[in-house]
Design a protein around this ligand. Structure first.
Ligand SMILES: [Fe+2]
Ligand SMILES: [Fe+2]
Length: 401
């Protein structure tokens, strides 16, 4: 057996010498906040019920008591909070916990969806133009989901200072990894050249443009010296989270899926499309959660987003999407064109702006693909014997927005 895994025979580490009593777990200065129900009088130590010195001993040294002030929901903040991050309740953001519970209702793995018909469709039914669209969509999506995972796991989650936010984001990190597995499963099932597909974002300018835009934002907020007590940095962080949740996930992923749904609508590549429907269910939540965090952050911090910075954000996103659409759909496929792709982008972008409580970037944009919501929504009639039942979700939490 590999000694790195599950090797119970490794010698026990030497006893730790630190004790809990040497660690400051309380809000250091009881006078720094008003007393709360349950507080000990005059900031006196609170003795944890049932905690005997023996039970609390760590290593060789016993503990006599723990001087802990209770966590108060009011002390929690999205960022820069001082409340104990290791204590889930009391919740300040119960909606974040609800997001976590709802996310756990969308369980699947890509192995559960048959790709057999897709193999036939890809090799015998798709035109060269349709194969071009299909492959480049996969190429873009698979790179994007790794970026999405790194953003939430490495740049965003560590800045959150309430555990209920981090717990949903931990689930999101897993889901982004699952999405990458899903694309890989599609690529493998169809026998595509993995090296070539994965390398496209590095050699196709239209794909690289979108990835580079996201990478630039990610790298800035991942800087080790990025201090969120600085108001400029806080503004940049809010804008970056807004970009990832509202545009990268909320617009670009939606637009990323729609060409495949157009094929699905004609009975083609239905296995891949079903995989994407599961991914989209997750992305609906990622987008909604991120937007809610951003709105709450702005309110908590009394932060106003700079209208010029927002306008630049939308301009960059639109230009990158236009370049992508022009490359991807230089020739339209039946039922889906570059113009429709961009119309859809503008329409969804306005929806995200309304959710964010900011001005619509593309006033008057119309829903040019009215079938898309229906196509993308998992809850539709299916032949029970033809495919697995996917309508097990209860409640309205995952409703297509
Ligand atoms: Fe994803
Ligand atoms: Fe996502």
């Amino acid at each position: 057996m590999n000694a790195l895994f599950n090797d119970w025979d490794l010698p026990a580490p030497p006893p730790r010498t630190n004790t809990l009593s040497s660690v400051t777990l309380s809000s250091a200065d009881p006078a720094a906040r008003p007393p709360a129900p349950g507080d000990a009088p005059d900031g006196a130590p609170i003795v944890v019920a049932g905690a005997t010195p023996a039970a609390l001993a760590i290593g060789a040294e016993p503990l006599s008591a723990l001087a802990l002030a209770p966590v108060r929901a009011a002390d929690k903040r999205i960022v820069n909070g001082k409340a104990d991050i290791n204590q889930l309740a009391p919740f300040k953001y119960p909606w974040a916990w609800e997001f976590f519970l709802n996310a756990n209702k969308n369980h699947w793995t890509p192995l559960e969806i048959s790709m057999a018909q897709d193999v036939h469709d890809y090799h015998h039914k798709l035109t060269a133009t349709e194969r071009h669209v299909f492959e480049n969509v996969l190429s873009y999506l698979t790179t994007s989901d790794i970026l999405a995972m790194r953003n939430i796991g490495l740049a965003v989650m560590e800045k959150m200072s309430a555990p209920e936010l981090q717990i949903y984001q931990a689930r999101q990190v897993y889901e982004e990894a699952l999405h990458t597995w899903t694309y890989q499963h599609c690529i493998e099932s169809l026998g595509l050249d993995q090296q070539e597909i994965y390398n496209r974002y590095r050699v196709v300018p239209a794909i690289h443009g979108k990835i580079a835009l996201a990478n630039r934002r990610l790298e800035r907020i991942m800087r080790s010296d990025f201090d969120l007590t600085n108001r400029d940095n806080l503004h940049e962080f809010a804008l970056s989270y807004l970009f990832f949740a509202g545009i990268f996930e909320g617009c670009w992923f939606y637009n990323g899926f729609s060409p495949i749904f157009a094929l699905q609508r004609r009975g083609l590549m239905k296995g891949t499309a079903e995989q994407l429907q599961y991914i989209m269910r997750d992305e609906v939540l990622h987008c909604a959660f991120g937007i809610r965090v951003v709105r709450t952050l702005l309110a908590e911090e009394n932060l106003q987003l700079d209208p010029a910075a927002l306008a630049r954000l939308w301009e960059e996103a639109e230009a990158a999407e236009q370049a992508y659409a022009s490359f991807l759909l230089a020739e339209p496929i039946l039922g889906y064109s570059a113009a429709q792709h961009m119309g859809q982008f503008h329409f969804v972008a306005n929806r995200r702006a309304r959710q964010l409580g900011i001005a619509e970037p593309f006033p008057g944009a119309e829903n040019v693909l009215p079938w898309l919501d229906e196509q993308a929504n998992m809850r539709k009639e299916k032949n029970f014997f033809e495919t697995r039942v996917t309508e097990y979700q209860t409640g309205g939490a995952l409703a297509w927005d």
